[in-house]
Write a protein of this length. Structure first.
Length: 65
């Protein structure tokens, strides 16, 4: 997801980009899930497994809390 890295530059901007994300999350999530479900694994080769890295223990420790 791309965020508005210039948020706060315009003093007339009245809303946080995170408020907008919260409002859009259900729709964007549905679109993403439908797009992933439409991929036929027999026709498209996924390269995701080629990019798997081991999670650093410091990160895993925070998730286990």
């Amino acid at each position: 997801m791309i965020s508005n890295s210039a948020e706060g530059i315009n003093p007339n901007w009245e809303r946080s980009i995170f408020d907008i994300y919260s409002e859009c999350a259900p729709v964007v999530g549905k679109v993403m899930l439908e797009a992933m479900a439409a991929i036929d694994p027999e026709k498209v080769h996924c390269h995701c497994s080629e990019n798997i890295i081991e999670m650093p223990k410091s990160v895993q420790n925070r998730l286990d809390m």
